[in-house]
Design a protein around this ligand. Structure first.
Ligand code: DQA
Length: 148
């Protein structure tokens, strides 16, 4: 399987480090990308890292991943709880899908407890802070190693 992984981030995550740091921490998206690139290099993964506030852009990247990637790590932000379109796009992707939330969504408002994306995700991470991204990539590397 391809050792290319996409890390996709949804709406408002461009404000990471600035918005509600008591919930999302002080690291910025740029810091997260740097950490992800280091982890990817250590584990022999190629990486495409994106953030968008637009649902269609996330869908287009999932379609792109469908052609070339072995895994997607996705933090869909609030689209997690609303987007059947992102679920449909992920259902058309055959590789590994890890859903990631920086915060522990199950400890928060009840509208955050439901995820459309979880219907497709092979694993779900919540509450690991921004460290979750590098942990998710380690898992991706392990799964891609096992897939050969
Ligand atoms: C989030 C949790 C979502 O409920 C929220 O809308 C976000 C971020 C997280 O990373 O904890 O934007 O996905």
């Amino acid at each position: 399987m391809s050792r290319l992984a996409f890390v996709l981030n949804g709406p408002n995550l461009n404000l990471l480090g600035k918005r509600q740091p008591h919930i999302y921490g002080h690291e910025t998206m740029a810091d997260v990308e740097t950490d992800c690139r280091k982890t990817a290099e250590t584990h022999g993964l190629e990486l495409r890292f994106h953030q968008s506030n637009r649902e269609y852009e996330l869908i287009d990247w999932i379609h792109e991943a469908r052609e070339v990637a072995g895994a997607i790590v996705i933090n869909p932000g609030a689209f997690t709880h609303t987007s059947i379109a992102i679920l449909d796009a992920l259902n058309a992707f055959e590789g590994v899908v890890i859903e990631l939330h920086i915060s522990q969504v199950h400890k928060r408002e009840s509208f955050r407890h439901h995820s459309y994306v979880s219907l497709r995700a092979d694993a779900v991470m919540a509450g690991f802070g921004t460290q979750g991204y590098t942990l998710a990539l380690q898992r991706v590397a392990r799964l891609l190693d096992a897939a050969g």
